[in-house]
Design a protein around this ligand. Structure first.
Ligand SMILES: [Zn+2]
Length: 335
């Protein structure tokens, strides 16, 4: 058999990313990123996915053994349909895998939501390698989560398992994007950190106002920069964020007893400020009853993790299809 390739497709709200990787390799043979251009509508975005996929398939120097899709929204992974995307109205009930299979008959296709895909990506290409029970959280605009057991994302009855962002951390806390109150996301996401900082900056002196050029421009990034420069309010805010993150982590570790917890997303640019106090909290609450706290680590794969996840799914699709060329070390496959 000639050298095989895996094709990953990451369908996000702002960008569409495509990556072609040699089986068993860990760097891109070719990578392409194009804007999603939501304003042009769902049909145009789908056409763009299909056009780029067609072009990449044509450039592969060898056989493409599998294709994986990470979809930024709700996914029925069994039927391989993108059900809806909260930030992309109209992108509903898209049979993405079937559309890709029409382009590439005979190549197996797997599809997951982007958080599950990223979790699988961590298991194959990131810090989850060699671990059978991996919890993954991505903390950026919102919070996504995945529980990957033996390489397989836990789906739940409705495909909504491991939505760690919407566990309740403070019942009377701020309103959440989901309509509830006090979810982890409403206290710890990048959007929430920015909102909390703007509210507090109205009441207290802080260098954040000057750094951002006005209270309205303060974001999570401003908080991080100001905290590093010793701003008292910024430090206080990050201490609270770390505490709430610690509560969330203690809860999911108590529920799942994982080998490792991996955290990704833009907020983890402040991992050095947030993780040590969050881990202290977790230890303080879990060790008294004899729980060994697993490693809790920031992801080592940064911007492209959902795309690497799609590529990992492509590897799983190939292995499930008994293609012999791919990813023999993929956790849980072939056991
Ligand atoms: Zn929520």
């Amino acid at each position: 058999m000639g050298k095989g390739y895996l094709l990953g497709i990451d369908i996000g709200n702002t960008k569409l990313a495509f990556g072609l990787v040699g089986c068993n390799e860990r760097r891109f043979h070719e990578k392409r990123v194009v804007p999603t251009e939501r304003e042009l509508g769902a049909e145009q975005a789908i056409e763009k996915v299909l056009d780029n996929t067609r072009e990449l398939l044509a450039t592969a120097p060898g056989e493409v053994a599998g294709i994986g899709i990470a979809f930024g929204g709700f996914v029925d992974a069994t039927r391989r349909i993108g059900l809806s995307s909260p930030n992309f109205p109209g992108l509903d009930n898209v049979p993405m895998a079937a559309l890709i299979e029409d382009l590439a008959p005979g190549i197996p296709v797997l599809m997951e939501n982007d958080a599950n895909a990223a979790g699988v990506g961590e298991v194959v290409y990131g810090k989850g390698r060699g671990h059978r029970q991996v919890l993954y959280l991505t903390i950026s605009t919102g919070i996504g989560g995945a529980a990957i057991f033996d390489g397989v994302p836990l789906a739940g009855t409705q495909g909504l398992a491991a939505e760690f962002g919407h566990m309740i951390v403070a019942p009377n806390g701020p309103g959440c994007t989901c309509g509830s109150r006090g979810c982890l996301e409403s206290l710890v996401s990048g959007t929430s950190i920015g909102r909390i900082a703007r509210e507090r900056a109205e009441l207290h002196d802080t260098m954040m106002t000057g750094l951002a050029g006005g209270i309205d421009n303060i974001t999570a990034k401003t908080v991080s920069i100001a905290a590093r420069q010793g701003d008292g309010l910024a430090r206080e805010i990050l201490e609270e964020v770390a505490l709430n993150l610690g509560i969330g982590l203690a809860n999911i570790i108590a529920a799942f007893d994982p080998d490792i917890v991996i955290l990704g997303g833009g907020v983890m640019n402040s991992a050095d400020l947030l993780l040590p106090p969050a881990i202290e909290f977790v230890k303080g609450h879990l060790t008294p009853r004899g729980v060994k706290v697993p490693p809790i680590e920031a992801s080592s794969v940064h911007d492209d993790i959902a795309l690497w996840g799609a590529i990992a799914l492509a590897g799983k699709a190939a292995v499930n299809h008994s293609s012999s060329c791919c990813l023999v070390d993929l956790v849980g496959v072939g056991r």
